[in-house]
Design a protein around this ligand. Structure first.
Ligand SMILES: NC(=O)c1ccc[n+]([C@@H]2O[C@H](COP(=O)([O-])OP(=O)(O)OC[C@H]3O[C@@H](n4cnc5c(N)ncnc54)[C@H](O)[C@@H]3O)[C@@H](O)[C@H]2O)c1
Length: 342
């Protein structure tokens, strides 16, 4: 793997950028091309520390641009496909772009990868394709769970997963897929719940919590995720899907917020319940035993430790997140209309 060229799509986003930093630190002999459109979610500041490396190239462009994608793909061994529209709330308000980017964009990449004989197409997907588990149940998603997406976001990701598998079965494209749970950590855009909560508290505001706050999520520290992707690329089996989850155990959004408040020395009551998200999935839980048994991966960072690291990072880097919050103030205000707490 040491002299290969990776095409990372969406590498200016949260997980993609963390992955590029991780990959180049651990595989300095490989080359990385980062193709990113720089939507509201893309931020080159994250990659400032590596932008002048000779083995790193940034290309601003759309994964749906056939000509551009074919030009880039000609030199590529491995594709790691992160680029997507990713925020469920935005998909409820404007689903069209989710279908365009997540489905058609993925298809453009698949066609080019096949044409240029890439050795591996790794598709990053989500556990949200499996739908919602009942609150209070002990069931977990596995590689065998049937698809049951319930939001335009998860439906578009499910469609992209199906397309990737179809290209594997029909045309023999060497692919792998990983479906992961909710990531958190450094460099996450402050519209997602953990950085939203941390940056609100830093700005002297309260935290908005959807509905009754009892929805349960599975939390994966982003560095643990990057390590899992590395293992799949280096030792994973072609045509295989891997589920990647964290060490949290059925933590509700309310418990999560109260933990953040405690770690940041704020009163437990500094949050407001706000109108729930339509069709809000109740519970996600990921069984990661298959990737553990087959590739030896396990998450290593507990939720409390990961939250502390994340809080420390946001406290030390207001220069990274403050401009994003200011630039997107109109979105935050309209989105949490009725709440005092954006
Ligand atoms: N964040 C999570 O908790 C989570 C959980 C499960 C799966 N995922 C998946 O992981 C991947 C990365 O998620 P993230 O949280 O880093 O997303 P993000 O929203 O932070 O970043 C997405 C990146 O994709 C880029 N992009 C969007 N449309 C593009 C296009 N048409 N062409 C090129 N680039 C484009 C954006 O500019 C941005 O840099 C996504 O595929 C997402 O579905 C994320």
């Amino acid at each position: 793997m040491s002299t290969q060229t990776l095409l990372v799509t969406g590498g200016a986003g949260f997980i993609g950028a963390n992955f590029i930093l991780y990959w180049l630190a651990n595989h300095p002999d490989s080359r990385v091309i980062n193709l990113d459109l720089l939507t509201y979610a893309g931020n080159l500041e994250t990659l400032h520390q590596i932008e002048s490396l000779p083995n790193y190239t940034f290309v601003q462009g759309d994964i749906g641009n056939t000509e551009l994608v074919n030009k880039i793909m000609a030199d590529v061994d491995t594709v790691v496909h992160f680029a997507a529209e990713t925020h469920v709330d935005r998909s409820i308000k404007n689903p069209d772009i989710f279908l365009t980017t997540n489905i058609l964009g993925t298809h453009t990449l698949l066609k080019a990868a096949l044409k240029h004989h890439v050795k591996r197409f790794h598709h990053i997907s989500t556990d949200e394709v499996f739908g919602s588990l009942e609150l209070g149940s002990t069931k977990k998603f596995t590689e065998k769970t049937g698809y049951d997406p319930r939001s335009p976001y998860s439906a578009s990701k499910a469609a992209s997963d199906h397309l990737v598998r179809a290209y594997g079965e029909t045309y023999g494209l060497p692919y792998t897929i990983s479906n992961c749970s909710n990531n958190y950590g450094e460099y996450q855009f402050p519209e997602k719940i953990i950085p939203l909560a941390i940056t609100n508290l830093m700005a002297g505001r309260r935290i908005p919590v959807y509905g009754d706050g009892l929805n349960v999520r599975d939390w994966l520290y982003v560095q643990d995720h990057c390590r899992a992707i590395e293992l799949i690329l280096t030792t994973g089996q072609e045509h295989q899907t891997y589920l990647i989850g964290g060490l949290s155990h059925d933590v509700s959004n309310l418990e999560l917020i109260k933990t953040i408040l405690r770690l940041m020395n704020h009163a437990e009551t500094e949050f407001d319940f706000v109108t729930d998200r339509p069709g809000h999935d109740q519970r996600y839980a990921v069984d990661w035993s298959y990737i553990h048994q087959s590739l030896g991966w396990s998450p290593t960072v507990s939720l409390e430790e990961g939250l502390q690291r994340t809080i420390d990072w946001y406290l030390a880097h207001p220069d990274w997140w403050q401009p994003l919050k200011t630039k997107n103030q109109a979105y935050f205000e309209s989105h949490y209309a009725g709440s005092k707490s954006i």
